[in-house]
Design a binder for this molecule. Structure first.
Ligand SMILES: NC(=O)c1ccc[n+]([C@@H]2O[C@H](COP(=O)([O-])OP(=O)(O)OC[C@H]3O[C@@H](n4cnc5c(N)ncnc54)[C@H](O)[C@@H]3O)[C@@H](O)[C@H]2O)c1
Length: 420
């Protein structure tokens, strides 16, 4: 049990955090519109919300918006390395209890989750399903008061679907990631840009002319491959799923097994949500000086224990760059301890895409409260009206107008009689 109702690195960082939260808010007009409405309507009055999210300026804006809607909020980090300490401090000043310190060890990470759950939430918001899994294994007495949960990321949804399949999921959860206005933008453009940003900030490498191996061609992989190519890199894609591999080929990337790519790559980036994608037999083949980074949810994508075992020593070369000196004389460089590099070494996604992801979060929290007791215990899609509304609001905020169907077209598109 924490002695105070927050645990942050240094509360005196709050002012800087507040300024950066305001800066991000300028790029979050959809969340802004929702906040204005929430302030008037208070749809979340007296609802206790626990969020296990990356503690960034964008998350702070979501939290402030939920609070404006009447919710009592508490936050902890969804990754030990993704917290922005100035933002955590500022959140405490906004009267939002926050338990998050960048670089916290595994024990502190879970102590922070437990401290967050001491607030007995009615709604959980996860990025990776750690709140849901902790509640279902160690805090089952909380389930009776929970209306529902929301899950931000692909890996969390995979975990929740497998819990549901095993009959273990005990309250409804909404899969925010599966909204079009989330993964098509956040996973693709957000992860694409911020992964390049993280690796660039950590290493200051020149991308032009580098051989970049992207493992996984899902939405995150699409973004990373596209942005690396745009920077002049020669991109190789590694996949296990035939349709996605084919798409990568036709998008103009070279596709090959990782064993082959291991021999030529300069930089390896994993974005699969899978385990030991880069394994010992790949590490053995890599060129001296190869750089390894992960932008998938967990630090399991690169087999770090195997890398440790192959090494005779390691040292920190610069922030977020660890040199592993292998027994065979080569050096491999691991970035950000294999944790999602866009959040470890940079600031995560730009606010403009989180605007859409977190608009879905805020509207789904409202939806869960409106439908309290009516949602089946399973993993739900984001209601399509919410998804479309987020797109409409974003377009409006960007000053983009679109056409509408004429009555004749609506009739034509919903009928089958007319042919050639
Ligand atoms: N860094 C971030 O800020 C951020 C943002 C969004 C999502 N994520 C995380 O990134 C990961 C990927 O998300 P996504 O939405 O792109 O998922 P996705 O399911 O769309 O794509 C993952 C791809 O990886 C492929 N894959 C799986 N195992 C593989 C292997 N061994 N070798 C090669 N390819 C393999 C799959 O076939 C799939 O095409 C997840 O863990 C997700 O939670 C991170």
């Amino acid at each position: 049990m924490m002695s105070k109702n927050y645990d942050v690195k240094d509360i005196s960082l709050a002012e800087g955090g507040r300024q950066r939260i305001d800066w991000a808010y300028r790029e979050m007009p959809v969340v802004g519109l929702i906040r204005e409405r929430f302030m008037k309507e208070k749809p979340l009055n007296t609802i206790r919300i626990a969020g296990c999210l990356h503690i960034t300026t964008e998350t702070a804006n979501l939290a402030i918006t939920l609070k404006a809607g009447g919710a009592e909020l508490v936050l902890c980090a969804s990754n030990p390395l993704s917290t922005q300490d100035d933002v955590a401090a500022a959140l405490v000043e906004y009267d939002i209890p926050t338990y998050a310190i960048k670089g916290e060890d595994d024990k502190t990470y879970y102590d922070h989750i437990l401290a967050t759950l001491d607030h007995k939430p009615n709604i959980t918001i996860d990025d990776g399903a750690d709140l849901v899994s902790t509640i279902h294994t160690r805090k089952t007495e909380l389930i009776k008061n929970i209306i529902g949960g929301a899950e931000e990321t692909t890996t969390g949804i995979i975990r929740l679907r497998s819990m549901h399949k095993a009959g273990e999921l005990k309250y409804p959860v909404i899969a925010i990631n599966d909204a079009d206005t989330k993964h098509l933008f956040d996973n693709r453009y957000g992860t694409g840009q911020s992964t390049m940003d993280g690796i660039t900030r950590a290493t200051n490498i020149l991308w032009a002319g580098k051989k970049v191996v992207v493992c996984g061609y899902g939405w995150c992989g699409h973004g990373v491959a596209m942005r690396a190519k745009a920077m002049g890199a020669y991109v190789i894609v590694v996949e296990v799923e035939p349709v996605r591999a084919l798409e990568a080929v036709m998008d103009g990337f070279q596709v090959m097994p990782l064993l082959e790519a291991s021999q030529t790559g300069d930089i390896f980036i994993t974005v699969t949500g899978d385990k030991n994608v880069i394994d010992e037999h790949h590490l053995k083949l890599m060129k001296d000086g190869a750089i390894l980074a992960n932008s998938g949810h967990f630090n399991a994508e690169i087999n770090i224990p195997a890398l440790e075992k192959m090494s005779k020593g390691k040292k920190t070369i610069r922030s977020f760059v660890e040199e592993y000196s292998l027994k065979d004389g080569r050096s491999l460089y691991l970035l950000g301890e294999g944790r999602l590099i866009n959040l470890a070494a940079a600031e995560g996604h730009p606010a403009s895409v989180m605007d859409m992801s977190f608009a879905n979060q805020a509207l789904c929290a409202e939806y869960m409260v409106k439908n309290k007791g009516k949602l089946e215990t399973k993993v739900h899609e984001v209601p399509v009206e919410i998804d479309k509304e987020v797109a409409r609001l974003k377009l409006r905020a960007m000053g983009v107008e679109i056409d509408t169907l004429t009555a004749e077209q609506e009739k034509y598109l919903s009928s089958w009689e007319e042919g050639t």
